[in-house]
Design a protein around this ligand. Sequence first.
Ligand SMILES: Cc1cc2nc3c(=O)[nH]c(=O)nc-3n(C[C@H](O)[C@H](O)[C@H](O)COP(=O)(O)OP(=O)(O)OC[C@H]3O[C@@H](n4cnc5c(N)ncnc54)[C@H](O)[C@@H]3O)c2cc1C
Length: 469
Amino acid sequence: MDVIVVGAGPAGVLAALRAAELGARTFLVTRGQFGGMAANDGPVPVRTLAHAARLLRDARQLGRYGIAISEPVLEYPRLLARVREVVDDVRRHSTLREHVDRLGVTLHEQAGTARFVDPHTIETGNGLRLRADRIILCAGGLSRRLPVPGGEFAATHSDAWSLTAVPRSMLVLGGGATGVQVASIFNAFGCRVQLFHAGPRILPTEDEDVSAAVAAAFRESDIVVRENFGAVESFEKTAGGVRMIFSSDGVRDSAEVALAVVAIGWVADTADMNLAAVGVECGDRGFVRVDPYLRTSAPHVFAAGDITGRLMLVPQAIHDGFVAGTNAVRGATTRRGDDVSPIGSFTDPEYAQVGLTEAQARKTHDVVVAVVRFDETTRTIIDGRSFGFCKLIADRATAKILGCHVVGERAVEIVQTVAIAMAAGLRVEQLAEIPLSFPTYAGMIGRAAYRAATQLNRELDWRAHGGEP
Ligand SMILES: Cc1cc2nc3c(=O)[nH]c(=O)nc-3n(C[C@H](O)[C@H](O)[C@H](O)COP(=O)(O)OP(=O)(O)OC[C@H]3O[C@@H](n4cnc5c(N)ncnc54)[C@H](O)[C@@H]3O)c2cc1C
């Protein structure tokens, strides 16, 4: 059997590896470089810049620990060189490239945009024609542009990474995961940042306490957070940058900055693929419709990753790729899972979640909520990182964990521990009894679980709850 996979991001790479492993002659075709947005334009460059922001933060703490240095100075072009170095390194060493070669997948990089010419044949921008029994679409997504006059004067997150200098001022439109990361990173680099969000709270998919804590911390660090700001009417080019004109309740206002970054969500990268001609149905924003086996409405075409518009994260893209690769070769045998999905962002402060928010949990369960503040655990006090909290939500009837929400240093790592506990189906008292190392950030999970178990009158072994007394 022949399989073509379109797009070499995490979904496409896994789909191709799996199809090849199951014995299919497999072709992996991608417009640009191997690794997709994940390696080249998303988490890897963002995390590198966020790491630089963290180093600046850490350097500013040195005086408190008796280490004298002068004020750190950021040389942005050198940081960008480091970002390029990291992206290259990741692409070469951690994107499974060697596996692809070893399993005999035929890779066509820099092939241009692939489109269907008939139900089993695709043609790429550089003239390559390939025919196969099964085709797996893993073309990912693109930043949504704002369809207003002058929308072309606003940048996207990708433009923000390729700046040659830190702009004096920036407005970020959209307070979701991408917008807050751009805002936080450039604020740390000394840019005056305004964050505009149309709804009542930034991070609308996070627990309400998380949104409030991140917004408060942003304001404390001089980011101007404008929630419920109204609606954008247009952008205009100015001598020093760009002006955004917006209105609220009929009242017009404007903000002028060196750079405006629009981060208002994603559309699928499907517009040029000629999908309608082969009977592949798309829904809202062009995302490909799939069933739980990742089959599209054309029986021989599968789709995986961001192109389906689900959680739009690397682990889910990897999982999808495996499922689509399996089903393309073996037939519909494996279902896409609804696994535990931890989510977080590398802002200052970090935030992360897994499971239900408190409001969601209260709608469907009788719950207990245990909160541990960062200023009451040993490691956070040692490290001088005592801002934040960890909220654990459990079901009163079963004592199983329903959700966890953390704001503060290493929030993303802390939540991974809870994700594992949830996937294993642990009850809060079982989690509390695991002797997590002391003094650690993850240790606060033990204390939160202990508090939840106490509220549930669960019998506990006193010896261990995160090592925290
Ligand atoms: C700023 C930012 C930060 C992020 N941070 C995180 C994070 O911290 N953690 C996390 O898990 N996720 C993060 N993500 C999301 C993550 O990058 C995506 O979920 C992931 O890359 C999706 O993988 P994919 O394989 O579906 O698509 P992609 O990685 O987008 O790969 C798709 C590939 O297909 C190619 N392509 C598109 N159309 C065609 C065509 N017609 N023909 C040929 N090739 C085509 C594209 O050029 C691309 O290379 C972030 C994203 C952004 C933008």
